[in-house]
Design a protein around this ligand. Structure first.
Ligand SMILES: [Zn+2]
Length: 444
């Protein structure tokens, strides 16, 4: 499970880092001359009042439900971590891992093939043990909160595709890393970190074109009313895209979202159909401004650098932890060398501990980038009310108004309150560039 978590971390990095959504129809409220007279900029604009007014438009029962969903997610992260740790310890203690290693060694004399066979056995075993938790988390709970649209059969189909992708990419990673461990001796962890960055970059590169289409259908957005303003916004910001893609996300979920993915030429701007169906053009533009912010601010490249540093520290910890644990418990586990692929559960356990402890850091890294993209988007798209309305729609699945500490630890995107505050602050200072008739303050 841990390995799954680690590879999920990779995928999260690839597929969703830059994910973000937008919300709903801003009622085109034509202001009366009287309210124009009251238009204020600067300090006279009641920033908190405007933000509160937006937040107050969410019905209380909806807020309770969304809070429960999101807070439940905190605990799920914790249970996932504990359960994953228990599974890896079980594999070692029961010597099941050692036996799987022996079996792989009987099948082939080439170590690369042994590593691959071991990894596939490991992945299948762990996936089977974790299956009930996966069903609860990914299917039962999502339906309970009205976020999922998929029947059980197609859902299982997607899980199997995900498992196959993990098998291929994880198999390559395991073969490369064990080659590095055996060839490079004491300093393997430095080169292991370097190899991991390269693998991560490779996955980011191929994800939009080869992985994402395994789950969904992508088509070019043809509606000129939606597409043309987006392409104009892209040109204005020096982004060399000529197409915008639409993905049939409603196949799986009701969530509104959009993302930019890929790099080194595989960049794509993708809107999901929930966004297109539930949002006004103003809201869509605010989302697109945000996504373009990720692009212009080079967030994918910065992610690769950031995770490069984390991998280096993580592999140093891994190297130390594996030697320490194998010296202590190697006899009981029947695994003695870090070059033995049967020690993989231990590696997975150590890396999962490392990344679990760093959740506040990695969340804060991502959340900071998301906030930067919000600010970029406000300046580029000039849709503060569209932004606020989308932020409320994201409240379907993200608690809107957390405490600052809670936001720092658990949020990989800014909370609704933080985002709407930023939008209203921008609006307060830019009333003069907004269309005539825009009212100062909160909901239009
Ligand atoms: Zn984003």
């Amino acid at each position: 499970m841990i390995l799954l978590r680690v590879s999920l971390l990779l995928f999260a990095l690839l597929l969703s880092p830059v994910m973000r959504a937008e919300s709903q129809s801003a009622g085109a409220d034509v202001a009366h001359p009287a309210s124009l007279a009251s238009v204020a900029t600067g300090p006279a604009f009641d920033l908190k009042g405007a933000t509160d007014a937006y937040l107050a438009t969410v019905p209380p029962d909806k807020k309770v439900r969304s809070d429960a969903y999101f807070e439940g997610g905190y605990w799920l992260q914790f249970w996932d971590f504990l359960f994953g740790a228990a599974v890896t310890i079980f594999l070692l203690q029961s010597r099941l891992s050692a036996r799987m290693g022996d079996w792989a060694a009987r099948v082939s004399s080439w170590r690369g093939v042994q590593d691959l066979i071991y990894f596939i056995l490991f992945l299948l075993t762990v996936s089977m043990i974790q299956f009930p938790l996966l069903v609860y988390e990914g299917y039962v709970r999502e339906h309970k909160y009205g976020l999922a649209t998929q029947a059980f059969g197609p859902w299982i189909g997607d899980q199997l595709i995900g498992l196959a992708v993990t098998g291929v990419l994880g198999g390559i990673a395991v073969m490369v890393l064990y080659w590095v461990v055996r060839r490079l001796g004491k300093n393997w962890w430095v080169w292991g970190a370097v190899a991991s960055i390269v693998l991560l970059a490779f996955t980011i590169l191929i994800a939009p074109v080869y992985i994402a289409p395994l789950f969904n259908t992508f088509k070019k957005l043809e509606n000129p009313k939606i597409r043309d303003p987006i392409l104009s916004l892209a040109r204005a910001n020096g982004i060399p895209v000529t197409e915008v893609y639409e993905v049939d996300a409603s196949k799986q979920s009701t969530r509104v979202s959009a993302y930019v993915s890929g790099f080194l030429g595989s960049e794509r701007i993708v809107l999901n159909d929930n966004l297109l169906n539930r949002c006004t053009p103003e809201e869509i533009q605010s989302v697109m401004g945000h996504e373009m912010g990720h692009y212009v601010l080079h967030h994918v490249y910065k992610d690769v650098l950031f995770y490069g540093v984390l991998f280096l520290v993580g592999f140093a910890f891994l190297n130390w932890g594996m030697h320490w644990a194998l010296a202590r418990w190697g006899d009981r586990w029947g695994v003695h060398e870090i070059t033995d692929v049967a020690a993989l559960p231990l590696a997975a356990l150590l890396l999962s501990i490392f990344f679990f402890v760093l959740i506040p850091l990695t969340n804060s890294w991502t959340r900071t980038q998301e906030y930067e993209a919000d600010i970029f988007g406000l300046n580029a798209a000039r849709q503060p009310d569209g932004e606020a309305l989308v932020d409320l729609k994201l409240g379907d699945y993200r608690k809107l108004d957390p405490s600052p500490i809670e936001e720092m630890i658990f949020y990989d995107h800014p909370s609704g309150r933080t985002r709407i505050t930023a939008a209203m602050r921008w609006k307060a200072e830019n009333m003069s560039v907004l269309p005539p008739g825009t009212k100062a303050g909160g909901p239009q």
